[in-house]
Design a binder for this molecule. Structure first.
Ligand code: HEC
Ligand code: HEC
Ligand code: HEC
Ligand code: HEC
Ligand code: HEC
Length: 214
C-alpha cells in the first residue's frame, strides 16, 4: 500500500489530535466569550502621566471635544491632542503647577506626552470614527459621560455583540449631527430628536461580517 504521509509523521499523530481538540476548545471559547456582549474591559482606567481632567476642561470650562480630538469627524482615529493644544492655555495658566511638569517637559524636548491608551479594539476589528460622528452617533453613546470623568475609563464593552446591538437598531442613538459632542441630553430629548431627525431613516449600518472584519 502506498503511504500518503512519510513514516516519520506517525510521531505527529498525537500532536494533530491535540490541535484538533484545541481547535474545538478555541471555537467553544470564541462562541462563549466573543459573542457575549459583556465579556470585556468595562471600567478599564489606566494611570496617566498628567492628571488631566475632562470634568474640569469639558464639564466646567465647556471646551468642545473637537477642540482637542480634532480628527473625529474626518478620520478613522480620534487624535489625542498635541502638547501645543495644552500650552495654548498653560503657557500662562498654572504655568508652574507640578501637575503640568510632564506637559512642560514635552514642550521643551519636543517628545509627546506618553498618554496611555484607554480604548483598544483588537487589530482584526475595523472601526472608523468619522463614519459614526458624521451620521449623528454621539460620543456619549460609546464613551459615556466623559464630561464627568476626572480620569477616563472605558464605559462600554466594545465587544462585537455591543457593536451589533446598535447596528441592528441605531434609531434611538441618533442625533442631529451638530449635537454629537453634547453630553447631557436626557433620554426623552434623544428619543424626540430621533423621531424628528429627517436623515435618521436613511442611516442603515451594515451587519455584514466584512464591514468590521476586512
Ligand atoms: C482640552 C483637551 C481635551 C478636550 C476638550 C477633550 N479631551 Fe478627551 N482627552 C484629552 C487627553 C489629553 C486625553 C488623553 C489622556 C486621558 O486619557 O485622560 C483624552 C482622552 C480621551 C479618551 C480616551 C482615549 C483613549 O486612550 O482611549 C476619550 C474617549 C475622550 N478623551 C473623549 C472625549 C470627549 C467625548 C470629549 C468631549 C465631551 C473630550 N474627550 C474632550 C483631551 C481632551
Ligand atoms: C482653554 C484653555 C485650556 C486648555 C486648552 C487646557 N487647559 Fe488645562 N486648565 C485650564 C484651566 C482654566 C485650569 C484650571 C486652573 C485653575 O484651577 O485655576 C486648568 C487646569 C489644568 C490642570 C490642573 C492644574 C493644577 O495645578 O491643578 C491640569 C493638569 C491641566 N489643566 C492639564 C491640561 C492638559 C494636559 C491640556 C491639554 C490636553 C490642557 N490642560 C488644556 C485651561 C486649559
Ligand atoms: C460608535 C462608537 C463610538 C463613537 C460614536 C465615538 N467613539 Fe471614540 N472610540 C470608539 C472605539 C471603538 C474606540 C477604540 C478604537 C480602536 O482601538 O481602534 C474609540 C477610541 C477613541 C479615542 C482614542 C483614540 C482612537 O481613535 O483610538 C478617542 C480620543 C475617542 N475615541 C474620542 C471620541 C470622541 C471625541 C467622540 C465624539 C466626537 C467619539 N470618540 C465617538 C468608539 C466610538
Ligand atoms: C450607537 C450606535 C453604534 C454603535 C455602538 C456602533 N456603530 Fe458602527 N455604525 C453606526 C452607524 C449609525 C453607522 C453609519 C451607517 C450609515 O452610514 O448608514 C455605522 C457604520 C459603521 C461602519 C461603516 C464604516 C464605513 O466605512 O462605511 C463600521 C466599519 C462600523 N460602523 C463599525 C463599528 C464597530 C466595530 C463598532 C463597535 C466597536 C460599532 N460600529 C459600534 C452605529 C453604531
Ligand atoms: C459592527 C461590527 C462587527 C460586525 C458586523 C461583525 N463583527 Fe465580529 N467582531 C467585532 C468586534 C469589535 C470584535 C472584537 C470584540 C472583542 O474585542 O472582544 C469582533 C470579534 C469577532 C471574532 C473573535 C471573537 C473572539 O473573542 O476571539 C470573531 C470570530 C468574529 N468577530 C466573527 C464575526 C462574524 C462571523 C461576523 C458576521 C456574521 C462578524 N464577526 C461581524 C465587530 C463586528
Amino acid at each position: 500500500m502506498k503511504r500518503v504521509f512519510p513514516p516519520w509523521t506517525n510521531h505527529l499523530r498525537p500532536l494533530s489530535a491535540m490541535a484538533v481538540g484545541g481547535g474545538v476548545l478555541y471555537a467553544a471559547l470564541v462562541v462563549t466569550f466573543g459573542f457575549s456582549p459583556w465579556a470585556v474591559d468595562v471600567g478599564y482606567q489606566p494611570k496617566q502621566p498628567v492628571p488631566y481632567s475632562h470634568t474640569l476642561h469639558v464639564g466646567q470650562l465647556g471646551l468642545d471635544c473637537r477642540y482637542c480630538h480634532n480628527t473625529v469627524d474626518r478620520a478613522k482615529f480620534a487624535a489625542i491632542p498635541a502638547t501645543e493644544t495644552c500650552m495654548a492655555c498653560h503657557a500662562r495658566i498654572r504655568d508652574e503647577s507640578p501637575k503640568l511638569t510632564a506637559v512642560r517637559e514635552s514642550w521643551a524636548t519636543g517628545q509627546p506626552v506618553p498618554w496611555v491608551k484607554v480604548h483598544d479594539l483588537p487589530d482584526y476589528a475595523y472601526f472608523d470614527h468619522s463614519a459614526h460622528v458624521t451620521k449623528g452617533v454621539p460620543c456619549v453613546a460609546c464613551h459615556g459621560r466623559v464630561d464627568q470623568m476626572d480620569v477616563v475609563h472605558q464605559a462600554q464593552p466594545l465587544s462585537m455583540g455591543w457593536c451589533l446591538s446598535c447596528h441592528r437598531n441605531p434609531g434611538p442613538n441618533l442625533r442631529p449631527v451638530d449635537l454629537v459632542t453634547k453630553m447631557d441630553w436626557s433620554e426623552t430629548a434623544v428619543a424626540a430628536a430621533a423621531a424628528n431627525n429627517p436623515s435618521a431613516g436613511s442611516v442603515k449600518p451594515s451587519t455584514d461580517c466584512s464591514t468590521c472584519h476586512r
